[in-house]
Design a protein around this ligand. Structure first.
Ligand SMILES: Cc1ncc(COP(=O)(O)O)c(C=O)c1O
Length: 414
C-alpha cells in the first residue's frame, strides 16, 4: 500500500509545546538540533511511570518487576530503532557525551603507544574530546580528518589517515552545524579493512533519518532521545561481543555481563519510559501513514515520510536564503538537499549571528547562534569566534514557518 505523505498539521496536534504563543503569533521552533519538543504520550509515559510504577529494578515486588519490564521493552525498542536485533546491545546513560567519555576511557585501556585514533574536523566536540583525552592518557596519537570548504568530510584524507596503526575512528553520522550527512559506511569500511573500530555519533542524524547499524557497518553508535522527541537520555548501541569483551569500570555488586555492565548507578527509569514512548510515537506515525504496525516496518515508513517532508522544507529554506545576502555553510544548493539534513547554518556581513538570533527571538523564533559545540568545524572553516546562525527544522515544522522566517530575514538583512 502506498504511504500517505506526512501532514505536519496533524503531527503538531500531538506536541503541546508547539502551540506556544508570543505577542504577534505562534512561536516558531527552529531549535530542534539542540532539543526537540515532545509529544503528549512521552510526558504521559513519564508521569505514569513516576506515579504508578516508580521503583528500583531487580526486585520481586510489583513496581520493581514493572520497572524491569519497562527496561526490557525499551532495550528491545531501541535495538530496532538503531537497526539491530539484540536488546542486550542497548545501554542507557545520562546523555551521549557522558556515555562517550565512559566508553572512550574503557577502550583506551586496550590501546598502546605507537597506535592512533582518528576523529574528524566536522564533529560535535562530544565526539572529539572524549577520544582526544583518552588518547592523551595512554599516549596514543590522534589524527583529525579534514573537511573540504563545502563542509563535507574529505574521503581522500580518510584513506590516508586511517592506517594499519589505527584502533578507532570516531565519526558523526550528520553534522549538527552544516547539516551534512557523512559517508559513514565508506569510512567504517576503511576502518574495518585496517582492523580499526568505528564509533558513530548519530545524535544529529536520529530525528531525520532511519538509523541502520548494519548498513553503516559500525561497532558503536550513540544517540540522544531528547533530539528525537523524547526526554533527556543517552542511548549507546555496541556490538555484543565488544561490550562483553571490553572491561568496564563498575561497582562490584552490579552485573558483570550484558548491557547492565555498562550502566553506572541507578538508571533514569522515567527517562527510559519517555524514550520508549518516543519510539512508540514514531512507530505509530509510520502506521498512521499506512505502514504495517510492526515496529521495524512502521519506523521505516515514518522516516521515509519524515525525510521527504524535511527535504522539501530544507530545499525551500535554501532557496530563500539563496536570495539573501548570506553565506550558507556547507551544501547550499536546494537540489542537493538529499545530501543534508534540514539544519541550515549561515553567516551574513550585515548582522552578527548573536544579534540575528536575538532579533529572531524577539519575533518568537527559537534558534541558536554560535558554534553549537561543533568547534572543530567552526575552527576549520574560520567561523570562530562568532559562529553561525543555525535554523534547525524537524518534521513538525511547516512551509508557512519557513516562509515567515525568510520574510523576517529579508526585513533584517535584505
Ligand atoms: C551531533 C551531536 N553530537 C553530540 C551531542 C551531545 O549530545 P548530549 O547532549 O546527549 O551529550 C550533540 C548535542 O547537541 C550533538 O548535536
Amino acid at each position: 500500500m502506498p504511504l500517505r505523505p506526512l501532514d505536519p498539521i496533524a503531527v503538531r496536534r500531538q506536541f503541546p509545546g508547539l502551540s506556544r504563543h508570543g505577542t504577534g503569533g505562534e512561536a516558531i521552533f527552529f531549535d530542534g538540533p539542540a532539543g526537540s519538543q515532545v509529544p503528549l504520550q512521552v510526558a504521559d509515559a513519564m508521569r505514569d511511570y513516576l506515579l504508578h510504577n516508580n521503583a528500583n529494578h531487580g526486585g520481586s515486588f510489583a513496581t520493581s518487576r514493572a520497572t524491569d519490564t519497562l527496561v526490557e521493552a525499551a532495550r528491545a525498542a531501541f535495538a530496532e530503532f538503531v537497526g539491530g536485533d539484540d536488546p542486550e546491545e542497548i545501554v542507557f546513560g545520562q546523555n551521549m557525551t557522558t556515555l562517550t567519555f565512559h566508553l572512550a576511557r574503557q577502550l583506551a585501556r586496550t590501546w598502546r603507544r605507537g597506535e592512533r585514533i582518528v576523529v574528524t574536523a566536522s564533529d560535535h566536540d562530544a565526539n572529539v574530546m572524549p577520544w582526544v583525552l583518552a588518547a592523551r592518557d595512554v599516549g596514543v596519537e590522534v589524527a583529525h580528518l579534514a573537511v573540504r570548504p563545502d563542509a563535507s568530510l574529505d574521503l581522500e584524507d580518510a584513506a590516508r589517515q586511517i592506517d594499519a596503526r589505527t584502533r578507532l575512528v570516531a565519526v558523526g553520522a550528520a553534522s549538527n552545524l552544516s547539516g551534512s550527512i557523512h559517508p559513514v559506511a565508506t569510512i567504517a569500511e576503511l576502518a574495518r579493512a585496517r582492523g580499526a573500530l568505528t564509533f558513530v555519533d548519530a545524535v544529529h542524524y536520529a530525528p531525520h533519518l532511519r538509523i541502520d547499524v548494519r548498513t553503516l557497518g559500525c561497532d558503536f553508535l550513540c544517540c540522544s532521545a531528547y533530539k528525537f522527541f523524547g526526554p533527556h537520555l543517552g542511548v549507546l548501541w555496541g556490538r555484543r561481543p565488544l561490550l562483553e569483551e571490553i572491561a568496564a569500570d563498575k561497582v562490584r555488586p552490579s552485573p558483570a555481563h550484558g548491557a547492565e555492565k555498562w550502566q553506572t548507578g541507578t538508571a533514569n527509569f522515567e527517562g527510559i519510559a519517555g524514550a520508549l514512548a518516543a519510539v512508540d510515537y514514531l512507530q505509530a506515525l509510520g502506521h498512521e501513514l499506512g505502514a504495517d504496525p510492526e515496529r521495524g516496518r512502521a519506523l521505516d515508513a515514518a522516516f521515509t515520510a519524515i525525510e521527504a517532508h524535511e527535504r522539501h522544507l530544507g530545499a525551500r529554506l535554501l532557496q530563500g536564503l539563496g536570495e539573501l545576502p548570506v553565506r550558507v555553510i556547507g551544501i547550499a544548493d536546494p537540489a542537493r538537499s538529499r545530501e543534508r539534513c534540514p539544519t541550515v547554518s549561515f553567516v551574513s556581513e550585515r548582522m552578527r549571528p548573536a544579534a540575528l538570533a536575538a532579533a529572531l527571538a524577539a519575533r518568537h523564533v527559537h534558534c541558536w547562534s554560535g558554534n553549537s559545540y561543533a568547534l572543530a568545524l567552526t575552527t576549520a572553516l574560520g567561523l570562530e569566534p562568532d559562529g553561525v546562525l543555525r535554523l534547525g527544522l524537524l518534521h513538525y515544522n511547516t512551509e508557512a514557518e519557513v516562509d515567515r522566517v525568510l520574510a523576517m530575514l529579508r526585513e533584517l538583512l535584505g
